[in-house]
Design a protein around this ligand. Structure first.
Ligand code: NBP
Length: 479
């Protein structure tokens, strides 16, 4: 037993993670893959790394020092269950099994409970950053039992991305907390990407600028408060020309966005928790809408506005769009953190929201300076009820709201879809409203279903006898 850490599953993510681990001082990495060929390929292609290859689960277990620690990087779902089953047969109490795949957090809760029965520790860890991150330093979101963190912490810290001297990994909470937070990270990523795409579309259609010219706009924005990896790569994509046609690449890419499901999970979970993540939901739906060519064809004859959209002052419009983008982004992140807060309350996780924002500063797709401001807000007020109401964000929204409204009005009048911009603004106006028409909805519910209502002027629960003499009675609370 010579290895201190093992990796099971040597496809692109697993082999890159194994190479990352092997490159760090003090690690000896055992590797195993179901089919032998991937293990042999990894060994042949990377003779510089000192791997300890295993060709059976028994050999793999024997090569690991105790407590044995293994990271699973296989296709999420049945593959993960099969590997967990096999490892629990060859591991012993006190050993640690880490699932680094993209598991649904409820599966992780289920697996943790089952593995715990054997005395083995099970840790579901969200790993973000794709292939490149796995190799050079991902953002890692581990859940699982606290005691596993003693062994696992130093290993994960050794391979994680580093932001301002701090490794992008922290113990998120017990059982499924890590995969939950990774899921919401991906949801926020959907919203951020959709917002950027809407900004590009509005600028292009409003000013007639070419994609390469808009790339310059994004590169400029990347120097300010919007600075982020996603803004940076947007400029790169917009600047790219297609080798075959000479056209901007963005004009030859089919406009149907794919998805692997984590955005949908984020929205489904938010619906169950009763958390309005409208920006993430609209971003997820926007991808679905784009991917129905037959419906888009059927709708293509429906009319839009008659006037041609052309802004009078391109520079002023671009600045408005920048402010609308920043304001909408604040809403998206605020909603995402609200979902994590609600998830933690529901599942009993003690999640440090400031620490979460810090481990997203490097290694993952939504990395940005902006996350420091989120960490500051939670450092100042750990029990912050709503992130966007914290001073830094409230200031930005106060500065940006007029521009935000102008952009949403312009988009609406021009018939340019901006679901994420406009839904974020609707959320902003809803959450800040002194009074909402929810009062009328309660009245309707009481009318047709005797669902009762509360009053603003006295405690208790009430029902109006709608089908009788319409007097009000005190009622049992059926909200
Ligand atoms: P894949 O998701 O393509 O999975 C392939 C691996 O799973 C192979 O090693 C395969 O072994 C193994 N496997 C399967 Br399939 N069924 C198995 C079973 N029943 N028993 C044992 N091994 C089994 O690999 P990936 O793209 O490297 O991703 C790995 C994980 O990381 C996934 O959960 C993914 O969602 C997650 N992730 C991926 C990315 C990314 O950018 N790709 C980013 C973040 C997270 P074989 O060689 O014998 O077929």
């Amino acid at each position: 037993a010579v290895a201190n850490i093992g990796v099971v599953g040597l496809a692109v993510m697993g082999s890159n993670l194994a190479r990352n681990l092997a490159s760090r001082e003090g690690n000896t990495v055992a590797v195993f893959n179901r089919s032998r060929s991937k293990t042999d390929e990894l060994l042949a292609e990377h003779p510089e790394a000192e791997f300890v290859p295993a060709y059976s689960y028994e050999e793999f277990a024997a090569s690991l020092a105790k407590p044995r620690t293994a990271i699973i990087m296989v296709k999420a779902g049945a593959g993960t269950d099969a590997v967990i089953q096999a490892l629990t047969e060859v591991f012993e109490p006190g050993d640690i099994i880490v699932d680094g795949g993209n598991a649904l957090f409820t599966d992780t809760i289920r697996r943790e409970k089952a593995v715990r029965e054997t005395g083995i520790n099970f840790v579901g860890a969200g790993i973000s950053g794709g292939e490149e991150g796995a190799l050079n330093g991902p953002s890692i979101m581990p859940g699982g039992p606290e005691e596993s963190w003693v062994t696992l912490g130093p290993i994960l810290k050794s391979i994680a991305a580093v932001a301002e001297g701090e490794p992008c990994v922290t113990h998120i909470g017990t059982d499924g907390a890590g995969h939950f937070v990774k899921m919401v990270h991906n949801g926020i990523e959907y919203a951020d990407m959709q917002l950027i795409a809407e900004a590009y579309d509005l600028i292009r259609r409003g000013t007639g600028k070419t994609p390469a010219e808009i790339a310059d706009v994004f590169a400029e924005w990347n120097k300010g408060e919007l600075e982020s990896y996603l803004i940076e790569i947007t400029a790169e994509v917009l600047r790219q020309d297609d080798a075959e046609t000479g056209k901007p690449l963005v004009d030859v890419i089919l406009d149907q966005a794919g998805a692997k499901g984590t955005g949908a999970w984020t929205v489904q979970t938010a619906l169950s928790l009763g958390v309005p993540v409208s920006g993430i939901a609209e971003a997820t739906f926007a991808r679905s809408l784009s991917s129905h060519p037959e419906q888009r064809e059927a709708a293509s004859a429906l009319p839009g506005p008659d006037e041609v959209f052309e802004v009078a002052d391109a520079d002023a419009f671009i600045e408005d769009v920048r402010q609308a983008l920043f304001a909408s982004k604040i809403v998206a992140y605020s909603q995402g953190f609200d979902e994590i807060r609600a998830g933690a309350a529901e599942y009993g996780w003690n999640i440090d929201l400031g620490a979460v924002s810090k481990i997203w500063r490097a290694g993952c797709i939504i990395r940005a300076q902006f996350l420091n401001r989120i960490a500051d807000a939670y450092a100042e007020t750990p029990e912050l009820p709503l992130l966007m109401a914290a001073p830094y964000f409230a200031d930005a929204l106060t500065r940006g709201q007029a521009a935000w409204r102008r952009v949403v009005i312009a988009a609406t009048q021009a018939g340019i879809p901006s679901p994420a911009f406009s839904s974020s603004l609707a959320y902003y106006d809803g959450i800040r409203a002194e009074r909402l028409p929810a009062a009328l909805v309660q009245g309707q519910r009481d009318f047709f279903g005797a669902h009762t209502y509360k009053r603003i002027d006295k405690p208790g629960t009430f029902h109006t006898l709608w089908s009788g003499d319409r007097t009000e009675i005190e009622a049992e609370d059926t909200h």
